[in-house]
Unconditional design. Structure first.
Length: 400
């Protein structure tokens, strides 16, 4: 019997979806499970977005749009990029609306990478980056980031990753899973190295509005000399609680965008017409719901970090943005991240993601999401603390 393509066989299933499957199975068996595994906001999409979208459907916006997207949304994205990100983009030349930011990343990497090319990706990183690179036939090169260095990129570390095969630098700002936000020094290092080595830079900025520091968001594409080599990706899922809508976009120089457009046209064609109207409503409507969500996320983050740091053996990096806490568990002495994640699900009924989902060296790290309701987070923190206390007590009892 014939086999499937090698490029697909080389990649694995997403670990976040694997955990979700375990959670669903336990819930179906009647267990209460506190799911801190995924980045799914517990908020509903704001009412004004839903109403605008329903109206669009009733008014006949149920057909194809141009592959780049509907003019109204394209113009609104261009305005937002200029006002908030200081990126001067032409709505009809530099932007494509996509069915999710994930798809924007996928078609970008399919366009930029040739088989045998190298793409530098900071580690830890989001679970799908490496899989996408491998599907394009490229080699993903780890740029190791450490908690001791506050997950910052240094010129020495970045330069060490560059070879004559390097074509793309892929970054996430704010970072998933660490929550780190690029500093001014890091931005300058990235720009200098990209210009010196003639690299494309792909910026995943899906968490750009979910920030807990006062410094404004900085886009690499707005830096001098960088627009012509930078592809900026963002979307509506996280900031507007629109994960199920599957709506994103990318901004690229025209010569690159025209090539990416070919992949869009021959894959999905276009994003849904009425879904795009929901994106338009998000950009031109009331921003207060988004700001309220970010305030709630900050409270949840603070509670989770404080609760975890109270448990002997667990240490947390305080995330500056995003929806996750990245915790070091080596002090627990309860095995590696894979072992501890399964133990936690079995004994505390709490689902988290092992660090190995974000990098093969992340064997003693776990990621916990604070996108869910505060009551879920409180119950989960209590359950984790109680389960670890009981585990320690049982060890002491055995020793005596």
């Amino acid at each position: 019997m014939r086999s499937v393509a090698d490029r697909v066989k080389r990649i694995g299933l997403s670990e976040t979806y694997a955990i979700l499957d375990k959670v669903k199975k336990m819930k179906a068996e009647g267990h209460v499970v506190y799911d801190l595994g995924g980045g799914e906001p517990d908020f509903s999409t704001p009412e004004h977005i839903i109403n605008f979208t329903v109206s669009a459907m009733k008014n006949g916006m149920t057909h194809y749009t141009a592959s780049k997207g509907s003019p109204g949304l394209l113009k609104a994205i261009a305005n937002r990029l200029f006002e908030e990100n200081h990126i001067s983009a032409c709505w009809d030349k530099n932007i494509i609306v996509t069915p999710s930011a994930k798809h924007a990343l996928f078609i970008t990497l399919m366009t930029l990478l040739n088989p045998g090319d190298e793409i530098v990706i900071p580690s830890p990183c989001w679970v799908s980056y490496i899989a996408m690179a491998e599907m394009a036939g490229a080699k993903a090169v780890d740029l190791p980031l450490t908690r001791e260095n506050k997950y910052q990129i240094t010129r020495k570390a970045l330069a060490a990753c560059i070879t004559d095969k390097t074509r793309v630098l892929l970054l996430n700002n704010p970072n998933n899973p660490t929550g780190h936000i690029l500093t001014e020094e890091e931005i300058q290092v990235i720009c200098q190295v990209a210009l010196e080595h003639d690299l494309f830079v792909v910026m995943d900025e899906i968490y750009e509005h979910i920030r807990y520091i006062t410094a404004p968001h900085r886009s690499i594409a707005a830096e001098p000399g960088m627009f012509e080599r930078t592809i900026t990706v963002s979307g509506f899922s996280k900031a507007w609680a629109m994960t199920g809508w599957r709506l994103g976009y990318l901004c690229a120089p025209e010569y690159v965008l025209n090539e990416i457009l070919k992949v869009q046209q021959h894959s999905v064609g276009c994003a849904g017409a009425f879904i795009q109207q929901g994106g338009l409503a998000a950009l031109i409507g009331d921003r207060q719901p988004m700001e309220d969500m970010v305030k709630a996320y900050r409270k949840r983050r603070d509670y989770m970090v404080d609760s975890l740091n109270r448990i002997p053996g667990i240490e947390c990096y305080v995330p500056e943005g995003g929806l996750y806490v990245y915790a070091d568990i080596r002090g627990l002495g309860m095995g590696d991240a894979q072992t501890f994640t399964l133990w936690l699900l079995a004994h505390a009924h709490v689902a988290v993601t092992p660090g190995t989902a974000f990098g093969k060296e992340e064997t003693m790290m776990i990621r916990l999401s604070f996108a869910g309701a505060m009551e879920t987070i409180v119950a989960a923190m209590d359950s984790i603390a109680e389960a670890i206390t009981e585990y320690d007590a049982s060890l002491q009892q055995e020793a005596s």
